[in-house]
Design a binder for this molecule. Structure first.
Ligand code: BMA
Length: 396
């Protein structure tokens, strides 16, 4: 099995620090227990290092400023995010430009989620043209909004969707059958991120969250369809190819699981402190019923503890209630439980999913039953919408 880049780096450091004889013995034993050694090295990356450094030491100034400003804001408020906020709503779709959040509250969200499945083609998985996506991202940036991108990447072996769980991860790793194809896809991804340039030539910062919900079994990169080692190697290759080979320097990397029970479970597939900027989790379920909110809060508490020990940011990277059937859901099920918890309130942002149409939506429209409560949610001093944002792209 090829040694992942992190392991190579660690071996280099060990080589530099060690007496040559000890080193020879170590390398000899490495040959016979290569598999075990690789795992041990990956395990050691799970030890808290407390180094306050983004994944990419060559980050653009604006991206680094975003990272620093989000850190400074921890505990002071939570950015509210909406997937596809200005590309699709309950009654409209690009090329129209509206925002269901703004139409109700008078303000855009502070954070925008976007989807790049299909990158390289004209349209993404949800029929949004990439040209429009690019413009909406640039516009969000010009209003000091934060952009985050997910990738429901089609199965690279079968060509099926992200939900086609044929075990493809091992096939895209270095020296495997679909590796060159995977690199060609990453070039499309990198090209898209590099194309996000303002007229002044500034690269728009993006929080990239690939291979999300990795402890669920519904995506081909999920649990049950790849080993922990394969997942970590895929993650590390992806980051290092974008950053080191393609020289994409406007990305913060967010790692996310779905719901989890313990820090160990959360960290099971964690790629290591040098490979992650934001530690996220997604949780739709626990915030939908009074009986389970405390589970959701317990997970956010664990997330904040794990991430702050590592000097990372934490976020509820996806949540929401499809169709929002509960009148006071925004304040009573989401805002107050998080805000009132001294630890959970340190997450940087939360994001609800997209408004596709009147059968699949996460933000209310004027006559929807939770609309008044969503307006109260926006007015609360702890939620951050566009109108509450300072410039996140300069360091003061
Ligand atoms: C899912 C649904 C799908 C969509 C996909 C990617 O949760 O909203 O309709 O295609 O996300 O955006």
């Amino acid at each position: 099995m090829p040694v992942p880049p992190a392991a190579i780096k660690s071996l280099d450091l060990i080589k530099k620090a060690m007496h040559p004889v000890i080193l020879l013995c170590l390398l000899a034993s490495c040959q016979s227990h290569k598999e075990k050694t690789v795992n041990q090295i990956i395990d050691s990356s799970l030890i808290v290092t407390s180094v306050e450094k983004p994944v990419d030491s060559l980050l653009t100034g604006e991206t680094k400023a975003l990272w620093i400003n989000l850190k400074r804001m921890q505990g002071k408020g939570i950015l509210f995010g909406h997937q596809d906020a200005t590309t699709s709503g309950v009654d409209w779709k690009t090329p129209v430009i509206r925002s269901d959040v703004k139409e109700l509250t008078g303000s855009n969200p502070a954070l925008y989620g976007w989807e790049i499945s299909g990158v390289g083609n004209s349209n993404n998985i949800d029929s949004i043209p990439f040209s429009a996506l690019r413009n909406r991202i640039l516009e969000a940036y010009s209003r000091s909004g934060v952009n985050t991108v997910t990738w429901h990447y089609n199965n690279p072996v079968t060509g099926g969707t992200a939900w086609d769980t044929y075990p493809a991860v091992k096939e895209i790793l270095p020296d495997s059958s679909r590796h060159e194809y995977y690199k060609s896809q990453l070039r499309e991804v990198g090209h898209f991120f590099q194309s996000l340039k303002t007229s002044e030539g500034i690269s728009v910062p993006v929080i990239f969250r690939p291979f999300h919900e990795n402890n669920g079994n519904w995506f081909w990169w999920g649990k049950g369809h790849c080993t922990r080692d394969e997942y970590i190697r895929m993650w590390q290759f992806t980051v290092s190819y974008l950053r080191d080979s393609l020289k994409v320097h406007n990305l913060l990397y967010a790692y996310s699981t779905d719901m989890f029970d313990s820090p160990e479970q959360y960290l099971e597939r964690y790629p290591g402190d040098s490979w992650v900027d934001i530690m996220g989790c997604e949780n739709y379920w626990d915030f939908q019923s009074g009986a389970t909110i405390s589970n959701g809060i317990a997970q956010l508490r664990m997330l904040v503890s794990i991430s702050s020990a590592r000097k990372k940011l934490a976020a509820l990277t996806e949540c929401g209630f499809d169709g929002i059937p509960v009148k006071n859901w925004w304040t009573q099920y989401l805002l107050i439980p998080i805000k009132d918890d001294t630890i959970a309130r340190n997450i940087s942002y939360l994001m609800v999913w997209r408004n596709a149409n009147r059968k699949h939506y996460y933000v209310p429209f004027p006559e929807q039953k939770s609309a008044p409560d969503f307006m109260l949610f926006e007015k609360d001093s702890f939620t951050i919408f566009e109108r509450d944002l300072k410039n996140l792209y300069v360091i003061k």
